[in-house]
Write a new protein. Structure first.
Length: 346
């Protein structure tokens, strides 16, 4: 049964931003209706029939491709977990500015499109350093009109699973998710996966647009130089069931959720019910792809009544483990501290 579209948890009305309910994050795929929405400006209305993508800059020839021409190229599909860089921001103290994300700004979908490197090759790139992606959405930022644009190093743009996608879960992209065409950069936080693409520019200089140079950088975080770009997703696990505040009996209960990392595959998820004094390994399911979240389960049998806090902690193949407490920075990016869920045993 499809998830109720009303299941999205709005966090900001205009522009509309909304979370996937945590209870849905122990599923292999998130439906389009329940997939988290991140918008910096109002959603641009674009006609797929008149759509054209321009590829220019340091290229042998500037080209313009219709959506039909792009779809006619060899198709690829990849299942990707995508997370907003500000996910988990509300647990930081003091609270940073920005969209007040809980932990639901993350979802998993199967994207279908064309490999970006195949489209770039049509224009015959020269000695470029970066690839700049310009979107159709824009608006006022500090009194100036800004269009959303981001860049990627050429090497990342040419990876085989970096896609220009027109489909999510075998259905056409919805307007809120970037229709008619969006970039998908697996492993990176969602700001890199530019929606509503209009132009791709090969550049020999570092891009200094607002959302590259002024925003989506780490500021005032211990151990990280100010201005360090936000890139790969940090290792994280989320408890989908039971939900926070649940009441249960003294019977076995299945604790379930998902875990992901942009650095390396998930190798271990541990659960604690006693504030981290003891840890128990969860059972991991094979992920749908190397770029998708790993689903996990652990069966807990409470032996006494009372209040408990369940904690989930993930470790990836690069040896990175979630911190027990949040690590603060000025914009609230990359907070991947462990997820805690309070439950009552009656």
């Amino acid at each position: 049964m499809p998830d109720d579209p009303a299941a999205l948890v709005p966090v900001h009305q205009r522009p509309f931003n909304a979370e996937t309910p945590l209870r849905l994050l122990d599923r292999a795929l998130t439906t389009s209706e329940s997939y988290f929405v991140r918008s910096h400006f109002d959603v641009p209305m674009m006609d797929p029939g008149n759509y054209a993508l321009t590829i220019d800059g340091i290229v042998a020839r500037t080209i313009r491709l219709s959506l039909a021409e792009i779809k006619a190229m060899p198709n690829e599909s990849v299942t990707v977990t995508m997370e907003c860089a500000g996910n988990g921001r509300t647990s930081l103290n003091p609270r940073p500015t920005g969209v007040a994300w809980g932990l639901g700004a993350a979802s998993t979908a199967r994207y279908t499109g064309v490999r970006l490197k195949h489209v770039l090759d049509l224009a015959e790139p020269g000695r470029a350093l970066e690839v700049v992606f310009t979107a159709a959405d824009g608006g006022d930022v500090d009194g100036q009109h800004v269009v959303y644009a981001r860049s990627l190093p050429l090497a990342i743009a040419r990876l085989p699973d970096t896609l220009l996608a027109w489909s999510m879960n075998d259905e056409p992209l919805a307007p809120a998710h970037g229709a008619p065409l969006r970039l998908v950069v697996p492993g990176w936080y969602g700001m890199a996966s530019v929606k509503w693409l209009t132009r791709i520019t090969l550049s020999g200089q570092p891009f200094t647009g607002h959302y590259q140079h002024n925003d989506y950088v780490y500021l005032r975080q211990d151990g990280i130089a100010d201005g360090t770009p936000v890139t790969l997703m940090r290792v994280r696990s989320v408890i989908a069931s039971p939900i926070d505040g649940a009441t249960m009996s003294m019977a076995p209960v299945v604790v379930s959720g998902s875990a992901w990392s942009g650095e390396a595959p998930i190798t271990r998820v541990e659960l604690s019910h006693d504030d981290g004094r003891t840890w128990h390994q969860a059972t991991l399911n094979p992920p749908a792809s190397e770029r998708a979240a790993t689903l996990w389960k652990w069966t807990w049998t409470p032996h006494v009544t009372g209040s408990f806090t369940l904690i989930a902690r993930a470790t990836d193949g690069a040896g990175r483990t979630q911190p027990l407490e949040p690590v603060w920075n000025l914009r609230g990016y990359g907070n991947n501290s462990v997820h805690r869920v309070r439950v009552n045993v009656a």
